[in-house]
Design a protein around this ligand. Structure first.
Ligand SMILES: [Zn+2]
Length: 107
């Protein structure tokens, strides 16, 4: 049994987004765009497979998370960390890392 290359089985820059493919399944695209997408799907195995997946398991929606106000203390900490020079921040991270370093015996 020979091996099959998967090097070309991936999303490319010219591939439509998943949202576009969802629109394709719902037939909400303009005729010209739909024709272009059909031509792409005929030539691109990855998008064809993605379209099949999206048609079998459509997104359930409500993927947008509500925004939450950041607690003031966390905001201040982030602001302080970001305002520190990168070398000082790097040292702080190293100190914290060394202090809380896990070992194999911790697992
Ligand atoms: Zn594609």
């Amino acid at each position: 049994m020979g091996s099959v290359s998967t090097a070309k089985f991936c999303k490319h820059k010219t591939c439509p987004s998943a949202e576009m493919l969802i629109s394709y399944t719902r037939a909400t695209l303009a005729r010209e765009v739909r024709q272009q997408l059909t031509a792409h799907l005929d030539a691109c195995d990855f998008c064809d497979a993605e379209l099949y997946l999206l048609s079998k398991f459509p997104p359930t929606g409500a993927t947008v998370c509500p925004s939450v106000k950041i607690p003031f203390a966390l905001y201040r900490l982030a602001k302080d960390l970001l305002s520190v020079s990168t070398s000082a921040a790097g040292r702080a991270v190293e100190i914290l890392y060394e202090r809380d370093r896990l070992s194999l015996t911790d697992a």
